[in-house]
Design a protein around this ligand. Structure first.
Ligand SMILES: [Zn+2]
Length: 493
């Protein structure tokens, strides 16, 4: 399509040309954008092949893939640490502290934060490249059969020009709406094109101009919702946001459910795999497991107790219940420990260790540290580290990322690694604004004491076992251990 060929067009003449960028090459492209950027992830070749054939089918021959972030990228952890991600509570959707609704997405998951950061980087990339009008999409779009005809119609040019997309004022034009591709039908398009102002989520494909990209890039720095709501809803009062009618695109994972959602696994996709790959297939088993483990129930507790990997939480839970406490349970997690990525259940003492890595969240008002007798805790850790125990390895990984963990976490001697882990983990724990420290050996006594704010009973220590243990390790490490135990209260009289 060529702009000059439309100058004689009657409908285009109704649009003021001062709203058009002079000499925009964009208008020579099929869908009137200078660039089409498709957000994808490394390793998603199948999606990339599929989206490529969709784009070519719609007449969009020039496009680029832009590789986004995954939850494993350090940028994701950095924004959590920097405090720019909305934390639970309240639920970011309904605003309640404990919405109790399984379908309400109480917590912004690291994967959702990765999507926000990816879109933000993509907007910044477009600004750096100097694009004036761009199409931005995801790698799972499906076009309506008539998309190509819409793109090449005079009406499309007219409607986009009238939208403000080619002006300096911030403008967003969503190409997606709420219909699914089963509902796309050539008969549904009779040649009329218009726009409406109803908010719809169209991250899978939208057009925007440079001013909108500037706004979106700024807005996405404050991560208090998912990327689609931030882009398509929160900017409505600051920008001209429109939705194209007819709908010409939708996304595969939501609408067709023949691709897995990379955020929330969906039962419909499992059903698709059952029908196509069969229940015996590895894909089916993997998705079934993903679905089973993906619980995003969030709860709010008044008290939660955390301890090193060998803490006996069953005793903690029993003691809490005996004094009528609302209790959760914690393990070391990616956010330091116990802050947001650990699970809870009404039958918590029955939860196997592996369940503690599920995507289920609690918020707690007060955190307490549960301490086991140090000599036995350290010997247990050494044994677990030697045996390659997953939980102990995860605790070691977390402690290893703490700069105050003794370097002997890398020692050849398991006992030295265990002592360094013990010290590093407790330093990490103490940084988490604890409300109190509870001794596991006197849990029922000390629990009441710390919650009441009264002095806790002294913590038990096996001095003989401990001195036997420290005689086997580096003397500087032994000294650090004694210092840590003093801070934790083991030598308090
Ligand atoms: Zn909610």
């Amino acid at each position: 399509m060529n702009l000059s060929s439309h100058h004689g067009n009657k409908r285009l003449n109704t649009v003021s040309h001062s709203h058009l960028f002079a000499g925009v090459d964009a208008l020579t492209f099929s869908h009137l954008c200078e660039a089409t950027l498709i957000l994808t992830l490394l390793g998603q070749e199948k999606r990339q092949q599929e989206v490529k054939s969709e784009l070519l089918g719609a007449g969009i021959e020039r496009f680029e893939f832009y590789y986004g972030l995954t939850p494993a990228d350090s940028e994701v952890q950095d924004v959590f640490n920097a405090g720019v991600v909305a934390r639970y509570p309240p639920c970011f959707r309904c605003g309640n502290e404990d919405c109790g609704d399984l379908s309400c997405n109480n917590i912004l998951l690291p994967v959702q934060v990765a999507v926000v950061l990816s879109f933000r980087a993509l907007f910044a990339h477009c600004l750096e490249r100097g694009f004036k009008v761009m199409a931005i999409g995801e790698d799972d779009i499906v076009f309506a059969p008539y998309a190509r005809s819409v793109f090449s119609s005079h009406e499309y040019t007219t409607v986009l020009a009238a939208s403000g997309l080619f002006s300096e004022s911030p403008t967003l034009v969503r190409l997606g709406d709420s219909r699914r591709p089963q509902e796309f039908d050539l008969d549904h398009w009779h040649g009329e094109i218009s726009t409406h102002g109803m908010v719809t989520m169209s991250n899978y494909l939208f057009l925007c101009n440079r001013s909108f990209a500037v706004l979106a890039n700024q807005r996405l720095a404050n991560i208090d919702h998912t990327a689609d709501v931030l882009i398509h809803q929160s900017l409505c009062s600051h920008a001209h946001c429109l939705t194209l009618s007819p709908q010409i695109v939708c996304d595969r994972s939501w609408a067709l459910r023949t691709s897995p959602s990379l955020i929330h696994p969906k039962p419909e996709y499992l059903e698709h795999l059952r029908l196509t790959a069969g229940e015996q297939s590895a894909e089916f088993a993997a998705e079934q497991e993903r679905l089973r483990r993906h619980r995003k129930r969030a709860s709010s507790f008044h008290h939660v107790f955390v301890g090193l990997v060998n803490c006996d939480f069953a005793r903690v839970v029993a003691a809490c219940r005996a004094i009528d406490l609302d209790v959760g349970c914690g393990v070391p997690a990616a956010d330091g420990f116990a802050a947001w990525q650990y699970t809870t259940n009404t039958a918590i003492e029955l939860i196997p260790c592996q369940a503690l890595r599920d995507l289920s969240f609690v918020h707690v008002h007060s955190r307490y540290l549960v301490l086991a007798e140090p000599a036995s805790a350290i010997l247990d850790l050494a044994f677990r580290l030697e045996a390659g125990d997953q939980e102990a390895k995860e605790a070691a990984r977390l402690a290893g990322s703490n700069s105050r963990t003794p370097p002997l976490i890398e020692s050849d001697l398991a006992i030295e690694r265990a002592v360094a882990l013990y010290i590093g983990w407790h330093r990490l724990a103490r940084d988490q604004s604890l409300k109190g420290i509870v001794g596991l050996d006197k849990i029922d006594l000390s629990l009441k004491a710390v919650i009441a704010g009264s002095p806790r009973p002294s913590l038990n220590i096996d001095a003989v076992a401990l001195s036997d243990l420290t005689s086997k390790i580096d003397p500087k490490l032994a000294l650090e251990l004694h210092q840590e135990l003093t801070i934790l209260g083991f030598y308090a009289s």
